[in-house]
Design a protein around this ligand. Sequence first.
Ligand code: MIC
Ligand code: SF4
Length: 648
Amino acid sequence: MGLTITEKILANHIKEGKPEKGKEIGIKIDQTLTQDATGTMAYLQFEAMNVPKVKTELSVSYVDHNTVQIGFENADDHRYLKTIAAKYGIMYSRAGNGICHQVHLERFGKPGKTLLGSDSHTPTGGGIGMLAIGAGGLDVAVAMAGGPFYITYPKVIKINLMGKLRPWVSAKDVILKVLEIFTVKGNVGTVFEYGGEGVKTLSVPDRATITNMGAECGVTTSVFPSDEITKEFLKTQGRESDWITLSADEDAIYDKIVDINLSDLEPLAATPHSPGNIKKVRELKGIDVDQVCIGSCTNSSYTDLMTVAYILKDKKTYQNVSFVVAPGSKQVFENITINGGFSELLSSGARFAESACGFCIGNSQSPQSAGVSLRTSNRNFEGRSGTKDAQVYLVSPETAAAAVITGKFTDPRDLEKLGIKYPKIAMPKKFYVDDSMFITPLKDGKTVKIYRGPNIGEPPRSTPMPELITGVVTIKVGDKITTDHIIPAGARMKYRSNVPKYSEFVFEMIDPKFHERAKKIQQTGKQNIIVAGVSYGQGSSREHAAICPMYLGVKAVIAKSMERIHKANLVNFGIIPLTFKNEKDYDMIDQNDELEIPDVHSFLKKGKTMIVRNKTKDKQFEVTYDLSEREKQILLSGGTLNFMGKKE
Ligand code: MIC
Ligand code: SF4
């Protein structure tokens, strides 16, 4: 029987468990990446594991999220990360070198390898044929210490690409189409594997744009074959020797095959406030635009920026538009400069931001009140831009460029009427490469002294799971609550290394009083319980969406359904993830209801369901849990760090 690409890579990496769909397996991780916002906590946890050096083939620590440096916190964290990297054998990518996913694709991604990253967009690496997965920082720390990474053996859906994109339609439109088909929920435990003739028409940056935003569908990862195009890309980076050929067997069996004809696609946009709200750009025609931001790990490559530069050649930014460009990496920045793109963009009126996450995470360039912002990034959750009532649309670089010229939502194909031809940008034969912003770790880092600024605290630990959870529903939220809702990034992100301070902002956007209420309940000795609708914990891998609630005494989340990374993070920090057996029971719970979950240990050991008593309503209902034996043990021990301590 033939194998899919996913099955081939997994077969080479499986360490525990059997390749049976839906069952937990442990895989060997070849490479890891962290970024600073999740990395500080990940390395604090790694330190607690007492391992002298990372055990992976390659681990890279990127600084790209918290680079605004208002106050001492960011810079102190950077210095901590730098000393950790030197001591433990980790490659350090300094602030200014670029966004982790873009840089990793350029300099380190290798087809056929596994990559685990403490960032949900790690699947960007799937564009080069890696099995690249996003996870919480603690899971990445475990992988750096040589432990396996656990996933559910996935279903594999083939996305069969046919035809060829027409001018003005690009990779972003392909992934927006995928989002229209699969939506942002219900895809947990699945890998999207791209195949078909159309694959040959897409460059590695195109493919990476597509795999990057697979994260928005909630899949485990997305992967493209490694072919001649992959080889060409590696050549441009002087890394041809990293190439291997990798494709699915002709007779590979997929759980489902979905056809997309690239020739039929047209410019699309994700409308506020979800990457899954897809509309055709022509349906949005004429909406006034206040801001256009080009960049982020989704669309900040050389070809993206050069395309925009050529569209804007001799044009000026419309006077009501603020036009921001953040090249994805120093390499992109340098190469668009060498090839004239930088000066074109500058002369058109672009405001250049540093090669970092910046606007995408809302720690700069927040739009005006109720402003319409067109962005080439991947998430448009409410408030993520830093302006709660901003209307953020996700679009291709071509659609973004059209709005820069006209000041309105414009189908980029209409630019032809203005005499603008579609620029087909080729990649240079060889990129100008300067790796001086990396710091290679010392061979022996034993004597390196770790720097810890005042912002860095001890990583908090959870407590063992009680036999009886006596709790209060501290908050009841609706469907599709993202980790941005649970714990905001943006201006608050600088407190990532300081959990007591950061915890003050849990659910800030939905209910700023949550923190006070949770603290009060915690002081009475009761547990806090979160009740939620479908797809709870969408979006980022940020484990603070579990750590901070844990710190405030949350012991259980009861939801209609939950997203993969967030669920794993809850387990890692000793919070039990439960789902309603009967979704209707959600309706009979209110905030402040007193709940009791008895016999937790015996239920966890025996069965698949638990009873929850609603003391306030004098009713009871059943909840289920989908937890492996390992996860149950972790919960009983009070989180992964306690569990690992016990095993030793
Ligand atoms: C994001 O895009 O939401 C982030 C910020 O990159 C997060 C990581 C974080 O919160 O630090 C992610 O995608 O995992
Ligand atoms: Fe950075 Fe945005 Fe990419 Fe997250 S999605 S890694 S914040 S650029």
